[in-house]
Design a protein around this ligand. Structure first.
Ligand code: DON
Length: 567
């Protein structure tokens, strides 16, 4: 399906067949393409212009890592609610030489952060402060992550950043969805910013308006010319710390200079002969995914069928157990000892399912975290594959829409509100309703626990699936269900992404289902004793899957402006 977007917002729809890649990026005329089938390379991301930037880099000789870098930089311009320079993320890659790579560029608590910094004198948590404004921002990791990724790329940063600079300087036509979001947060922008910025305007934004970002273009040029130091030192760092001083935030020049992206040991496990490659801590995604997949592995999900009450119930119960463990045990491995081996062992996971009753809703009063012996609304995902055997999955975030809503004065980018991903106080839910304990308490220099789950599936050691999604707490269940839709239910690629999803996160003890989730399955669940809440859409999944002819089927989620490109 192809939606054509013109400044006047004429929308047209055409069927998708094989991919025709763009030869240049036109920021004023572009189309949303939900699905492509490509022979050589594919990129799928939250915005058509960003997917085009990545696809162009592939055609210019870049590999999947080059394309992922260019796509992220373009997203920082054309998708300001989540694409970012002021946030953080994770990259998971399988390289043509067989190496698996995971890069952690999660934000960190500033050195001046304290465990109880969001509690008032009476000890009550003020989550307003961890969610909006200067105090909500962690030390950004994205730019360090891009440079850490560059080690595996072929082209120079000057080339990869060029589309982003062009899009910031020339401006681009915004979609209806972007206009709606900018208007929704206009009052927050007014309240929380200390300097004029390009996102605020006197009249409401409309689809077809052009968003020009001169300050951001200058910041991107400093990064192009000075590398990582173009962000973490010099004028950009000064603009960030000046902003912090005006708004009483904590990030200092020393925090910025000290920030380092980290290569982590990839999380790799087997599921029925497939190799699952995903993100380790400080994302809870890899541990959660391995737990969920390990808990369902011995049940006949495929025979029960897609969206059958039995399959849905089993998946709800494994989600409940994985999220209970997350709340209890998971945090930054540089600060806390997390019993990952035990939590993901087959024996432990079988033990966890002992009290599963296939006809009856479990209870989060009874199902708490497992027994482990003492042992030593905004994010965005992109998937890329090239024809040399490289596959890259990146999820990156500001946390909420437009993060803290604070634009760094004069530098043109939003700062994250990732501090809310810490457990600000045991028992106090964060903006996704997630709970945590000591393991995810705030400490200076610590990374807040994430749920982001960029994931690659290998079949015979070759990339088979590249996927991931935003969605806060729902990310792990979305990725889990995406993989089940492929590996168990054998759905076609578009249905894998478009079919409705459901979510259980231990507490609150309820099943959230999407608006179009089948009513008869809801009734079956209710009869078993579940509280079912029909809510908002879940995730925005970007999928690339290799089909039986060896072609790349790329699908951008219908839940947003997500768009696929390939050639
Ligand atoms: O890292 C995390 O888990 C969250 N900050 C992700 C936030 C998110 O996905 C919001 N998107 N809808």
């Amino acid at each position: 399906m192809r939606l054509l977007l013109l400044p006047l917002l004429l929308l047209s729809v055409a069927a998708c067949t094989s991919a025709q890649s763009p030869t240049k990026i036109d920021p004023y005329h572009y189309s949303i393409q939900k699905q492509v089938v490509a022979a050589h390379g594919a990129v799928v991301s939250a915005h058509p212009l960003a997917s085009q930037a990545g696809a162009l880099i592939l055609q210019q000789g870049g590999n999947a890592v080059d394309a992922a870098i260019a796509t992220q930089l373009a997203l920082a311009v054309v998708y300001p609610a989540a694409g970012n320079l002021g946030g953080g993320g994770f990259l998971v890659a399988h390289l043509s030489n067989g190496k698996n790579v995971t890069i952690d560029y999660r934000e960190k608590a500033p050195a001046k952060a304290q465990r109880d910094m969001y509690l008032d004198a009476s000890g009550a948590a003020n989550t307003q402060l961890s969610q909006d404004g200067h105090l909500a921002a962690g030390v950004p990791g994205s730019v360090a992550g891009l440079f850490a990724s560059l080690r595996y790329a072929k082209l120079p940063m000057t080339k990869l950043i060029a589309p982003a600079i062009m899009l910031a300087e020339k401006g681009f036509v915004i979609t209806a969805l972007e206009a709606r979001k900018l208007n929704k947060y206009a009052a927050d922008f007014r309240k929380l910013n200390t300097r004029p910025n390009t996102f605020e305007k006197d009249t409401p934004w409309q689809a077809g308006d052009t968003l020009v970002q001169h300050d951001l273009a200058q910041t991107l040029k400093r990064i192009r010319d000075k590398g990582q130091a173009g962000f973490y030192e010099g004028p950009t760092a000064k603009l960030i710390t000046d902003e912090m001083q005006r708004g009483h935030g904590l990030i200092t020049l020393a925090d910025l200079k000290a920030y380092k992206a980290r290569e982590r040991t990839p999380m790799v496990f087997n599921y029925k002969g497939y190799t699952i490659l995903t993100m380790p801590l400080p994302s809870s995604g890899g541990v959660g995914l391995q737990q969920m997949m390990g808990m369902v592995e011995n049940y006949p999900l495929a025979a029960w069928g897609f969206h059958s009450p039995q399959a849905v119930q089993l998946m709800i119960e494994v989600e409940r157990r994985a999220y209970a463990d997350r709340a209890q045990f998971l945090g930054d491995p540089d600060f806390v000892k997390v019993p990952v081996q035990q939590l993901t062992s087959k024996k432990y996971l079988q033990e966890r399912m002992k009290d599963y009753d296939p006809h009856k809703a479990g209870s989060s009063e009874i199902v708490k975290a497992g027994n482990v012996a003492a042992e030593s609304m905004e994010t965005t995902h992109l998937s890329v594959m090239d024809d040399q055997g490289n596959a890259v999955a990146v999820t990156t975030t500001l946390n909420g829409n437009y993060g803290s809503k604070v634009v760094t004065g004069g530098a043109g980018f939003f700062l994250n509100n990732e501090m809310d991903d810490f457990s600000v106080k045991p028992g106090v839910p964060n903006m996704y309703g997630l709970l945590g304990t000591e393991a995810n308490a705030i400490a200076p220099g610590k990374r807040m626990l994430s749920a982001m789950t960029p994931t690659i599936v290998l079949k015979n050691n070759k990339p088979y699936v590249v996927t991931g999604t935003p969605g806060g707490s729902t990310i792990i269940t979305s990725v889990f269900q995406t993989l089940m839709n492929i590996l168990e239910f054998n759905l076609p690629a578009d249905r894998v992404v478009f079919e409705s999803k459901f979510h259980h996160q231990w507490l609150p003890d309820q099943v959230d289902v999407e608006p179009d989730f089948p009513a008869d399955v809801v009734s079956s669940l209710e009869q078993m004793g579940y509280k079912v809440v029909r809510g908002d859409v879940i995730g925005r999944t970007e999928l690339i899957r290799v089909n039986e002819k060896g072609l790349l089927e790329a699908v951008g989620d219908k839940r947003g402006d997500d768009s696929a490109e390939g050639y």
